[in-house]
Ligand binder design. Structure first.
Ligand SMILES: COc1ccc(C(=O)Nc2ccccc2)cc1NC(=O)CCSCc1cnc2[nH]ccc2c1
Length: 275
Protein backbone atom coordinates (compact mmCIF):
# COMPACT_ATOMS: atom_id res chain seq x y z
CA UNK A 1 0.00 0.00 0.00
CA UNK A 2 0.79 3.66 0.31
CA UNK A 3 3.85 3.63 2.48
CA UNK A 4 5.84 1.69 -0.10
CA UNK A 5 4.70 3.99 -2.88
CA UNK A 6 7.26 5.96 -4.88
CA UNK A 7 7.57 9.46 -3.49
CA UNK A 8 5.89 11.01 -6.50
CA UNK A 9 2.30 10.81 -5.33
CA UNK A 10 -0.32 12.54 -7.43
CA UNK A 11 -4.06 12.79 -7.81
CA UNK A 12 -4.17 10.47 -10.85
CA UNK A 13 -3.11 7.63 -8.54
CA UNK A 14 -6.47 7.75 -6.80
CA UNK A 15 -9.98 6.85 -7.76
CA UNK A 16 -12.15 9.39 -5.90
CA UNK A 17 -15.26 8.05 -4.16
CA UNK A 18 -18.11 9.51 -2.12
CA UNK A 19 -17.66 12.64 0.01
CA UNK A 20 -16.97 11.76 3.66
CA UNK A 21 -17.45 15.21 5.12
CA UNK A 22 -16.47 18.78 4.72
CA UNK A 23 -14.52 21.03 7.03
CA UNK A 24 -13.62 24.67 7.30
CA UNK A 25 -10.46 24.12 5.30
CA UNK A 26 -11.36 21.29 3.06
CA UNK A 27 -13.46 18.46 1.82
CA UNK A 28 -12.76 14.80 2.43
CA UNK A 29 -13.45 11.97 -0.02
CA UNK A 30 -13.24 8.24 0.12
CA UNK A 31 -10.43 7.26 -2.24
CA UNK A 32 -8.77 4.16 -3.61
CA UNK A 33 -5.14 4.02 -4.67
CA UNK A 34 -5.31 2.49 -8.15
CA UNK A 35 -2.30 0.20 -8.20
CA UNK A 36 -2.80 -1.39 -4.76
CA UNK A 37 -6.56 -0.97 -4.29
CA UNK A 38 -5.71 0.60 -0.91
CA UNK A 39 -8.72 2.48 0.50
CA UNK A 40 -8.06 5.77 2.26
CA UNK A 41 -9.56 9.21 2.85
CA UNK A 42 -8.32 12.08 0.71
CA UNK A 43 -8.58 15.53 2.25
CA UNK A 44 -8.42 18.41 -0.23
CA UNK A 45 -7.17 21.75 1.12
CA UNK A 46 -7.18 24.85 -1.09
CA UNK A 47 -3.94 26.80 -0.83
CA UNK A 48 -5.84 30.09 -1.26
CA UNK A 49 -8.05 29.33 1.76
CA UNK A 50 -5.05 28.29 3.85
CA UNK A 51 -3.36 31.57 2.93
CA UNK A 52 -6.47 33.53 3.95
CA UNK A 53 -6.62 31.55 7.18
CA UNK A 54 -2.93 32.10 7.73
CA UNK A 55 -2.51 28.42 8.46
CA UNK A 56 -0.16 27.21 5.74
CA UNK A 57 2.68 26.92 8.28
CA UNK A 58 0.36 25.04 10.61
CA UNK A 59 -0.46 22.52 7.87
CA UNK A 60 3.23 21.99 7.10
CA UNK A 61 4.02 21.51 10.79
CA UNK A 62 1.08 19.18 11.25
CA UNK A 63 2.06 17.08 8.23
CA UNK A 64 5.58 16.92 9.66
CA UNK A 65 4.35 15.75 13.08
CA UNK A 66 1.50 13.49 12.02
CA UNK A 67 3.43 11.63 9.31
CA UNK A 68 5.58 10.14 12.08
CA UNK A 69 2.72 9.04 14.33
CA UNK A 70 1.83 5.38 14.32
CA UNK A 71 -0.68 4.12 16.89
CA UNK A 72 -3.84 2.02 16.46
CA UNK A 73 -5.91 4.70 18.23
CA UNK A 74 -4.49 7.68 16.29
CA UNK A 75 -5.77 8.26 12.74
CA UNK A 76 -2.86 7.89 10.31
CA UNK A 77 -1.65 10.58 7.95
CA UNK A 78 0.03 8.40 5.29
CA UNK A 79 1.33 11.19 3.10
CA UNK A 80 0.53 14.29 1.13
CA UNK A 81 1.02 15.88 -2.27
CA UNK A 82 -0.08 19.07 -3.97
CA UNK A 83 -0.87 20.61 -7.33
CA UNK A 84 -0.84 24.30 -8.25
CA UNK A 85 -3.99 25.12 -6.21
CA UNK A 86 -4.49 22.38 -3.66
CA UNK A 87 -2.79 20.30 -0.98
CA UNK A 88 -3.99 16.71 -0.61
CA UNK A 89 -3.71 14.84 2.68
CA UNK A 90 -3.81 11.05 2.41
CA UNK A 91 -5.55 9.94 5.59
CA UNK A 92 -6.56 6.63 7.08
CA UNK A 93 -10.19 5.71 6.44
CA UNK A 94 -12.06 4.74 9.63
CA UNK A 95 -14.56 2.12 8.57
CA UNK A 96 -17.24 2.78 11.22
CA UNK A 97 -17.30 6.56 10.89
CA UNK A 98 -17.70 9.32 13.42
CA UNK A 99 -18.02 8.40 17.10
CA UNK A 100 -20.32 11.33 17.93
CA UNK A 101 -22.94 9.90 15.55
CA UNK A 102 -22.91 6.59 17.48
CA UNK A 103 -23.15 8.49 20.77
CA UNK A 104 -26.11 10.57 19.57
CA UNK A 105 -27.89 7.48 18.28
CA UNK A 106 -27.29 5.38 21.42
CA UNK A 107 -27.74 8.43 23.73
CA UNK A 108 -25.05 7.02 26.02
CA UNK A 109 -22.67 4.07 26.08
CA UNK A 110 -22.87 1.09 28.46
CA UNK A 111 -20.09 1.19 31.06
CA UNK A 112 -18.07 -1.66 29.47
CA UNK A 113 -17.97 0.19 26.10
CA UNK A 114 -17.19 3.58 27.67
CA UNK A 115 -14.39 2.01 29.73
CA UNK A 116 -12.85 0.37 26.64
CA UNK A 117 -13.00 3.65 24.71
CA UNK A 118 -11.42 5.59 27.59
CA UNK A 119 -8.68 2.93 27.93
CA UNK A 120 -7.94 3.35 24.19
CA UNK A 121 -7.96 7.15 24.54
CA UNK A 122 -5.54 6.91 27.47
CA UNK A 123 -3.24 4.64 25.42
CA UNK A 124 -3.35 7.07 22.47
CA UNK A 125 -2.70 10.09 24.69
CA UNK A 126 0.17 8.29 26.44
CA UNK A 127 1.74 7.64 23.02
CA UNK A 128 1.18 11.25 21.87
CA UNK A 129 2.49 12.77 25.12
CA UNK A 130 5.63 10.61 24.85
CA UNK A 131 6.13 12.28 21.44
CA UNK A 132 5.39 15.65 23.03
CA UNK A 133 2.25 16.02 20.96
CA UNK A 134 -0.72 17.13 23.03
CA UNK A 135 -3.99 19.00 23.02
CA UNK A 136 -5.54 16.88 20.35
CA UNK A 137 -8.75 18.72 20.99
CA UNK A 138 -10.40 15.53 22.22
CA UNK A 139 -14.19 15.51 22.06
CA UNK A 140 -16.61 13.07 20.43
CA UNK A 141 -16.64 15.12 17.20
CA UNK A 142 -12.90 14.49 16.81
CA UNK A 143 -12.95 10.73 17.26
CA UNK A 144 -13.53 8.14 14.54
CA UNK A 145 -14.26 4.42 14.82
CA UNK A 146 -12.24 1.79 12.97
CA UNK A 147 -13.62 -1.31 11.33
CA UNK A 148 -12.96 -3.41 14.47
CA UNK A 149 -14.76 -0.93 16.73
CA UNK A 150 -11.51 0.64 17.97
CA UNK A 151 -11.45 4.42 18.31
CA UNK A 152 -9.07 6.77 16.48
CA UNK A 153 -8.24 10.28 17.59
CA UNK A 154 -7.98 12.59 14.65
CA UNK A 155 -6.77 16.12 14.43
CA UNK A 156 -9.83 17.98 13.26
CA UNK A 157 -8.28 21.00 14.93
CA UNK A 158 -8.65 23.09 11.80
CA UNK A 159 -11.59 21.60 10.08
CA UNK A 160 -14.75 22.82 11.70
CA UNK A 161 -17.33 20.50 10.22
CA UNK A 162 -20.50 21.72 8.61
CA UNK A 163 -23.26 21.89 11.23
CA UNK A 164 -25.29 18.73 11.12
CA UNK A 165 -26.31 18.19 14.77
CA UNK A 166 -22.78 18.83 15.89
CA UNK A 167 -22.59 21.11 18.90
CA UNK A 168 -23.70 24.45 17.51
CA UNK A 169 -21.07 26.73 19.03
CA UNK A 170 -18.80 29.17 17.29
CA UNK A 171 -15.17 28.13 17.44
CA UNK A 172 -15.83 24.64 18.68
CA UNK A 173 -17.67 23.88 21.89
CA UNK A 174 -16.66 25.32 25.28
CA UNK A 175 -17.72 22.11 26.99
CA UNK A 176 -14.27 20.55 26.73
CA UNK A 177 -12.17 23.56 27.75
CA UNK A 178 -10.15 22.98 30.92
CA UNK A 179 -10.29 25.71 33.62
CA UNK A 180 -6.68 26.79 33.03
CA UNK A 181 -7.58 27.73 29.43
CA UNK A 182 -10.38 29.98 30.65
CA UNK A 183 -8.14 31.90 33.06
CA UNK A 184 -6.09 34.58 31.29
CA UNK A 185 -2.40 34.73 32.08
CA UNK A 186 -1.98 31.05 32.78
CA UNK A 187 -0.55 30.55 29.29
CA UNK A 188 2.22 28.27 30.48
CA UNK A 189 0.02 25.47 31.68
CA UNK A 190 -2.15 25.91 28.59
CA UNK A 191 0.60 23.96 26.86
CA UNK A 192 0.81 21.32 29.51
CA UNK A 193 -0.37 17.84 28.64
CA UNK A 194 -2.64 18.01 31.68
CA UNK A 195 -5.22 19.79 29.50
CA UNK A 196 -5.89 16.46 27.81
CA UNK A 197 -6.62 14.81 31.18
CA UNK A 198 -9.40 17.29 31.89
CA UNK A 199 -10.88 16.75 28.41
CA UNK A 200 -10.67 12.99 28.99
CA UNK A 201 -12.77 13.49 32.14
CA UNK A 202 -15.36 15.44 30.17
CA UNK A 203 -15.35 12.72 27.51
CA UNK A 204 -15.82 9.94 30.12
CA UNK A 205 -18.77 11.82 31.60
CA UNK A 206 -20.33 12.42 28.18
CA UNK A 207 -19.94 8.75 27.15
CA UNK A 208 -21.74 7.60 30.33
CA UNK A 209 -24.34 10.36 30.76
CA UNK A 210 -24.99 11.39 27.13
CA UNK A 211 -24.29 15.07 27.72
CA UNK A 212 -21.25 17.07 28.83
CA UNK A 213 -20.84 17.76 32.58
CA UNK A 214 -20.83 21.58 32.30
CA UNK A 215 -23.30 21.88 29.41
CA UNK A 216 -25.17 25.15 29.87
CA UNK A 217 -25.31 28.61 28.34
CA UNK A 218 -21.82 29.78 27.27
CA UNK A 219 -21.50 32.11 30.27
CA UNK A 220 -22.73 29.52 32.76
CA UNK A 221 -20.54 26.79 31.19
CA UNK A 222 -17.43 28.88 31.76
CA UNK A 223 -18.48 29.64 35.34
CA UNK A 224 -19.21 25.99 36.09
CA UNK A 225 -15.92 24.83 34.54
CA UNK A 226 -13.97 27.39 36.61
CA UNK A 227 -15.53 25.88 39.74
CA UNK A 228 -15.53 22.26 38.52
CA UNK A 229 -19.23 22.54 39.38
CA UNK A 230 -20.85 19.35 38.12
CA UNK A 231 -22.72 16.37 39.52
CA UNK A 232 -22.64 12.75 38.39
CA UNK A 233 -26.06 11.06 38.07
CA UNK A 234 -26.74 8.12 40.42
CA UNK A 235 -26.99 5.61 37.54
CA UNK A 236 -23.23 5.99 37.00
CA UNK A 237 -21.26 3.33 38.91
CA UNK A 238 -19.14 4.48 41.90
CA UNK A 239 -15.94 3.35 40.12
CA UNK A 240 -16.72 5.38 36.99
CA UNK A 241 -17.70 8.37 39.15
CA UNK A 242 -14.38 8.05 41.00
CA UNK A 243 -12.38 8.25 37.73
CA UNK A 244 -14.40 11.26 36.50
CA UNK A 245 -13.80 13.04 39.82
CA UNK A 246 -10.05 12.32 39.61
CA UNK A 247 -9.85 13.80 36.09
CA UNK A 248 -12.09 16.88 36.55
CA UNK A 249 -9.76 18.48 39.09
CA UNK A 250 -9.14 22.22 38.87
CA UNK A 251 -5.44 21.98 39.70
CA UNK A 252 -3.81 20.43 36.57
CA UNK A 253 -1.05 18.89 38.72
CA UNK A 254 -3.59 16.99 40.82
CA UNK A 255 -5.31 15.20 37.91
CA UNK A 256 -4.83 11.41 37.84
CA UNK A 257 -1.93 10.66 35.41
CA UNK A 258 -2.42 8.51 32.29
CA UNK A 259 -0.53 5.52 33.78
CA UNK A 260 -2.90 5.43 36.74
CA UNK A 261 -5.96 5.63 34.47
CA UNK A 262 -4.96 2.35 32.84
CA UNK A 263 -4.74 0.74 36.30
CA UNK A 264 -7.95 2.34 37.63
CA UNK A 265 -10.49 -0.25 38.98
CA UNK A 266 -13.19 0.90 36.52
CA UNK A 267 -10.87 0.40 33.55
CA UNK A 268 -9.40 -2.88 34.83
CA UNK A 269 -12.88 -4.27 35.54
CA UNK A 270 -13.99 -3.77 31.91
CA UNK A 271 -10.79 -4.05 29.95
CA UNK A 272 -8.77 -6.93 31.30
CA UNK A 273 -9.61 -9.99 29.20
CA UNK A 274 -11.13 -12.69 31.43
CA UNK A 275 -8.02 -14.59 32.60
C1 LIG B 1 -4.66 12.65 10.86
O1 LIG B 1 -5.88 13.30 10.53
C2 LIG B 1 -5.83 14.61 10.12
C3 LIG B 1 -4.66 15.37 9.97
C4 LIG B 1 -4.73 16.70 9.56
C5 LIG B 1 -5.98 17.25 9.31
C6 LIG B 1 -6.14 18.65 8.85
O2 LIG B 1 -7.16 18.98 8.29
N1 LIG B 1 -5.13 19.52 9.15
C7 LIG B 1 -5.15 20.86 8.83
C8 LIG B 1 -5.98 21.41 7.83
C9 LIG B 1 -5.94 22.77 7.56
C10 LIG B 1 -5.11 23.62 8.29
C11 LIG B 1 -4.28 23.07 9.27
C12 LIG B 1 -4.31 21.72 9.54
C13 LIG B 1 -7.14 16.53 9.45
C14 LIG B 1 -7.07 15.20 9.86
N2 LIG B 1 -8.18 14.38 10.06
C15 LIG B 1 -9.44 14.67 9.67
O3 LIG B 1 -9.80 15.65 9.09
C16 LIG B 1 -10.43 13.57 10.07
C17 LIG B 1 -11.60 13.45 9.15
S1 LIG B 1 -11.16 13.13 7.52
C18 LIG B 1 -10.78 11.44 7.45
C19 LIG B 1 -11.86 10.44 7.65
C20 LIG B 1 -11.51 9.12 7.85
N3 LIG B 1 -12.40 8.15 8.05
C21 LIG B 1 -13.71 8.46 8.03
N4 LIG B 1 -14.80 7.66 8.19
C22 LIG B 1 -15.93 8.42 8.10
C23 LIG B 1 -15.58 9.73 7.88
C24 LIG B 1 -14.16 9.77 7.83
C25 LIG B 1 -13.21 10.80 7.63
Amino acid sequence: PLYDQPKSLHLGMFEIGKPLGKGKFGRVYLAKERSSGFVCALKVLHKSELQQGGVQKQVRREIEIQSNLRHPNVLRLYGHFHDSKRIFLILEFAGRGELYKHLRKEHRFPEWKAAQYIAQMAAALKYLHKKHVMHRDIKPENILVGIHGEIKISDFGWSVHAPNNRRQTMCGTLDYLPPEMLKPGSQDNYYSEKVDLWSLGVLTYEFLVGEAPFEDTPVMTQRRIARADMSVPSFVSPEAKDLIKRLLVLDPEKRIPLDEIQRHPWIVKHCVKDP
